[in-house]
Design a protein around this ligand. Structure first.
Ligand code: NZQ
Ligand code: ZN
Length: 388
């Protein structure tokens, strides 16, 4: 049964090969001073930086740059960005990059005028924004996180060994997002496939929860099938527009809040993956792939019927004459085959986890209660050990 909900997603999307043409019109809705946020330089190599600067200049903007946003953006970098935004009195933030750049831009937008420590307020105490918010828009260059159409912002504090996400409200969602699949062709293969698994994980986190009959679960099965089909094509030919565009669209739907409405969700793979990231700074999608099979095998007995449904509806497992347990395990085995085929990390040792880190990672994991089993710390340690 669908629970009660409010649904609002204010992000305006421009999708397709000509989507950058709409940037100028969008920028005209905002003031003169634009803070351009980007990462470690991929946009300079690909020529996108020059195109964006030409558009900004073309509409008479004064540009303040904040470059060097690292994958897994840090609380230290956030302080720097908030200061730049505040001291320059920027009217608008334009994020050009992947999830890290967009997440960071949202964090800057709510931190520039925050009179508290933003890390403590948003990422430790999970408080709402109580200050002026600078509007954000984005040009997406890496597919996976869904950050282009949600309020999520994940920040890492290396000193405290914590990586934590805050889901901000609609007033922090990007005002617009430009989604051109061609801009993602230059991604290194490792990042491309990490993004594919991130998408899969977002869907599974919302799928493996609840026993009710829920429209969202059917939508998610469709999204998963499209993702699996296109990911197999994209790893053979990364410039297959049909596959890359479908994946880009699935990624946005996977985490633009729609499929979570009216149902419970899990998110434990992400909580474990983020704790690993806090310790190893590994690529987000790979931290998820590294622990997923161990996690799902652990919770399978508690959500058996859903794992059977997953095996049959998503992986095409033939259930005839088989016990539920066998069907469910076959589904996870098919998932494992797919993961090896696209080339994601299969073991947590591949993302830097070692036996001596397990206890700390388990303790840095936030425990959620929406999945099939509320884990305790020793279970998280078991899952990490099984995944090594
Ligand atoms: O920094 P540059 O030089 O741009 O290089 C980036 C970076 O090294 C590169 N890249 C991006 N687009 C490229 C490109 N290289 C060549 N061509 C392009 N077109 O890719 C590398 C990874 O980029 P990053 O933005 O870090 O990856 P991703 O999009 O996976 O973002 C990861 C961050 O998002 C958070 C993660 O925890 C992590 O911190 N997440 C955000 C979520 C949200 N907002 O809802 C949810 C997710 O679950 C996730 O937690
Ligand atoms: Zn993710």
């Amino acid at each position: 049964m669908l629970g009660n909900f409010m649904y609002c997603n204010p992000t305006k999307l421009y999708f397709g090969e000509n989507s950058l043409d709409y940037l100028k019109g969008e920028l005209e809705n905002y003031g003169k001073k634009v803070m351009l946020i980007y990462g470690g330089g991929s946009i300079k190599k690909t020529g996108l930086y020059d195109k964006v600067i030409a558009i900004l200049k073309g509409c008479g903007k004064t540009v303040v740059e904040d470059a060097g946003v690292m994958p897994n953006p840090t609380s230290v970098k956030l302080e720097e960005g908030a200061k730049i935004a505040r001291e320059n009195g920027v009217d608008f933030i334009l994020a050009v990059g992947g999830g890290s750049v967009i997440d960071y831009a949202k964090a800057v937008s709510v931190s520039a005028y925050c009179d508290d420590d933003p890390w403590e307020k948003y990422f430790i105490r999970f408080e709402d924004v109580s200050c002026r918010i600078i509007p954000v828009g984005c040009v997406l260059t890496m597919v996976g996180t869904g950050s282009e159409m949600n309020g999520g912002s994940v920040i890492t504090n290396h000193e405290q060994k914590l990586k934590i996400g805050h889901v901000f409200g609609e007033n922090v969602f990007p005002k617009f997002a430009i989604l051109n699949p061609v801009l993602t062709y230059t991604l290194p293969r490792k990042q491309m496939v990490a993004g594919f698994f991130d998408i899969m994980s977002h869907i599974l986190e919302q799928y493996f929860s609840g026993t009710d009959d829920n429209t969202s679960d059917y939508i998610m099965e469709g999204l998963l099938k499209s993702l699996i089909h296109s990911a197999k094509i994209a790893v053979r030919n990364p410039e297959d527009y049909e596959a890359r565009s479908n994946i880009m669209w699935v990624a946005t739907w996977a985490l633009n809040t729609l499929v979570a409405k009216g149902k419970t969700t899990d998110w434990m793979v992400h909580m474990i993956g983020q704790a690993i990231g806090a310790y190893t700074d590994a690529t987000h999608g790979m931290t998820l792939s590294a622990v997923s099979l161990a996690y799902y095998r652990h919770i399978l007995p508690y959500g058996l019927d859903k794992f059977v449904r997953y095996a049959v509806n998503v992986w095409g497992v033939n259930p005839e004459g088989k016990e539920k347990q066998a069907i469910a395990e076959e589904g996870l085995a098919e998932m494992g085959k797919f993961m090896r085929e696209i080339g994601v990390a299969m073991r947590s040792s591949e993302v830097g986890v070692t036996e001596d880190l397990i206890s700390g990672i388990a303790r840095a994991t936030l425990i959620m209660d929406g999945g099939y089993k509320v884990l305790d710390i020793s279970e998280i340690e078991d899952i990490l050990r099984a995944s090594l």
